[in-house]
Design a protein around this ligand. Sequence first.
Ligand SMILES: [Zn+2]
Length: 333
Amino acid sequence: MRDGPGVGVSMSNGISVLTGGDSFRLDPRRTVSGEVNFISHAHTDHLPRGGDEACVVSTPKTLELAEHRTGRKFTPVEDARITLLDAGHIPGSAMALIEDGRRILYTGDFCTRRKVYLEPARAVKTDVLLIETTYALPRYSFPDPLELSGVIRDWVADALSTGSSVFFTVYPLGKAQEVETLLRGLPLYADEAVQAHNRIVFGDCSDWIGDMGAAKDGESVFICSSRSSLSALRPGLRSRLLFTTVSGWSMDEQFRNSGGLDEAFPLSDHCDHGDLLSFVEKCDPEIVYTMHGFAEEFAEELRRDLQIEAHALSAQRGGARRGRRRQKRIDSF
Ligand SMILES: [Zn+2]
């Protein structure tokens, strides 16, 4: 347990925040009765898999997605001390601003850049900032997502014009819907894992996104959670495919060369290093806690360059290197 200004923060079963006797449990692995449980978004690494408390603070969309992904029923509750703010990460994602004597902002996973289908996260003045640091190294400097969306559209259109089809392997929640939105109007087909999330995010989208088996022999765009979905395609369709994906990790040469990809685009659901620094400065906190990815490196940078008190929560359970590997794997959801 580390103590901020009147606030105790620790990473154990999610993030635990103690304020003058009350306890807030942020993205717990197991919900805890007697505490205020908050779920930031429905990626698997942020969802509770057990616990004795079904009442949670979250957005309606996140709870709908959470119930689909966990098979567990949640009851939404409000807490007058918590304000939910757009996180700009995936549909339903929210940051939590806790006002209980002090102002405490928990970002969860977040993105401050405007995307084709989500409002961006906005900084607010806070005393204590709990911030995710997935891409918190200077080498992660992403291009503008709207400009990059245009590049992706052009690349796909060029492929189709030469008689190829395009196969995206993407996370079924978030990335899939972003790619579908920016390619709307092209002949899109999605596998069942993606379609199940499409129905929750978009409602009935059968008029613009078909099932894999409905693909004709002409040029098509496939949005799939796994290459195993190739088996649903007729051999004639499989013969002229270009493989691609979207991920912030495609800034790394190793990632681009590892997956048999024809192309990879650095379209991310997270902040890059510059976005994170800007966000911290705008929030103007007394103390910062970093978590996930390059938590230790970013906390050190804040102490050294901005003279802000900063601590890495991830480091308490094995260091930034382990955090980086874990996030890279888990974020594939
Ligand atoms: Zn996430």
